[in-house]
Ligand binder design. Structure first.
Ligand SMILES: Cc1cc2nc3c(=O)[nH]c(=O)nc-3n(C[C@H](O)[C@H](O)[C@H](O)COP(=O)(O)OP(=O)(O)OC[C@H]3O[C@@H](n4cnc5c(N)ncnc54)[C@H](O)[C@@H]3O)c2cc1C
Length: 342
């Protein structure tokens, strides 16, 4: 495998360490995390991470699962193009709207997924030169700006730097509490890109200028067209057999702790370990191994889903109390360091 850090680094070709900042009301400086030998942080760009994960794996793109068949002897998948694949084990890593989960649990995604009462408007913009530098200064990789007094919060981040090292693709996510966000007549269901940008610009007018800049630089064409509705998933039980769930299919969570992908990696490593010990012809050994995986995965997954949900509330103040975070990983004051572009 190529070196993970190098192959996926979203800041390349800049030599800045990955860094995430938190800005709280009434606090001058910032808290956050920065890549260091004591607390390594790898901020991976999504496409580069997928390329890295694909190393030496022959993937057939565009195959959509329509139907799953299984019994104690084996498993088969029927794809939308009519083709079929057979094997010993099926791992459903097909995301939040998993067809494999619907099949395995015989319950629809609509029934299982829980609405998160939050309205979000998402924008993307290219910035260069001094404007690029000012965003990096706020947080090399990303930053969260929380201001309950003005009623919303923002997650802003660098998607990736461009090869010239003087510009980058940035994104932001403007969020506010809204229990009605999924209602059919909610204004965000039909709002145009211009309407969404106007709304955000009015709201951010009260922010300090350095935090407003990324919104004001975004053209209407940079606003995500589709409504953005968050949902998460807590499963109590999953049957143990030849069909297995992992990742968002098993425990979709909001991204407020940036942990969904992290837990998907843990699932994959745990599952590899237990499957390495089974005889694929012996259904009892498969059931025992998968039950062991499911128990650990569901307990860890549900805890992460709940912690991610409450993170937003916790971030309303600096007094973040999270029993799943060790003191070493709590955010620390980050010094201001001048950024020099090549
Ligand atoms: C805005 C945002 C920010 C995030 N930030 C972070 C972060 O900083 N850190 C972190 O760890 N996590 C983060 N996450 C969460 C992370 O992206 C997910 O937890 C992770 O991608 C889950 O991986 P997965 O393989 O389970 O599902 P996915 O990445 O959703 O992959 C599922 C795949 O299955 C395919 N698929 C779906 N249906 C079918 C079908 N019927 N047949 C065949 N294929 C199908 C899809 O096309 C897709 O390729 C973030 C999520 C969001 C939305």
């Amino acid at each position: 495998m190529p070196d993970l850090r190098e192959a996926t680094n979203h800041l390349a070709p800049l030599s800045l360490p990955a860094q995430i900042s938190l800005y709280f009301p009434g606090r001058d400086g910032r808290l956050g995390w920065q890549d260091s030998p004591e607390l390594p942080v790898i901020r991976a760009e999504r496409r580069r991470l997928r390329d890295w994960l694909s190393t030496n794996i022959p993937i057939q793109w565009g195959k959509r699962v329509r139907k799953v068949e299984h019994d104690d002897e084996g498993v088969a998948v029927v794809f939308e193009d009519g083709s079929r694949a057979e094997g010993d084990i099926l791992v459903g890593a097909d995301g939040i709207k998993s067809v494999v989960r619907e099949y395995l649990l015989q319950r629809s995604s609509d029934e299982l997924l829980k609405l998160v009462p939050l309205a979000a408007i998402v924008g993307e913009v290219d910035l260069s030169g001094e404007a690029f530098k000012r965003q990096l200064q706020l947080g090399h990789s990303a930053y969260v700006f929380v201001s309950p007094d003005i009623g919303f919060w923002n997650f802003g981040g660098l998607h990736h730097a461009y090869p010239d090292g003087r510009s980058g693709r940035h994104y932001w996510m403007f969020m506010e509490s809204d229990a009605h966000v999924a209602d059919a007549d909610h204004w965000l269901q039909t709002a145009t890109q211009d309407e969404k940008l106007d709304y955000v610009l009015k709201k951010v007018a009260k922010m300090p200028p350095k935090f407003r800049e990324v919104f004001e630089a975004t053209p209407a064409s940079g606003i995500k067209k589709e409504p953005h509705i968050w949902r998460d998933l807590e499963l109590e039980n999953v049957p143990a057999g030849r069909v297995i769930l992992m990742g968002d299919a098993a425990h979709a969570m909001t991204p407020f702790r940036g942990e969904g992908g992290h837990h998907t990696f843990i699932d994959a490593m745990q599952l590899s370990q237990v499957l390495g010990k089974v005889n694929e012809r012996d259904i009892e050994s498969i059931k025992a191994a998968v039950a062991e995986y499911n128990a650990e995965m569901l307990e860890r997954g549900v805890e992460a889903v709940r912690n991610s949900r409450t993170e937003q509330a916790a971030r309303k103040s600096e007094e973040r109390k999270s029993n799943s975070q060790s003191p070493a990983t709590l955010p620390k004051p980050l010094p201001e360091v001048e950024i020099v572009l090549g």
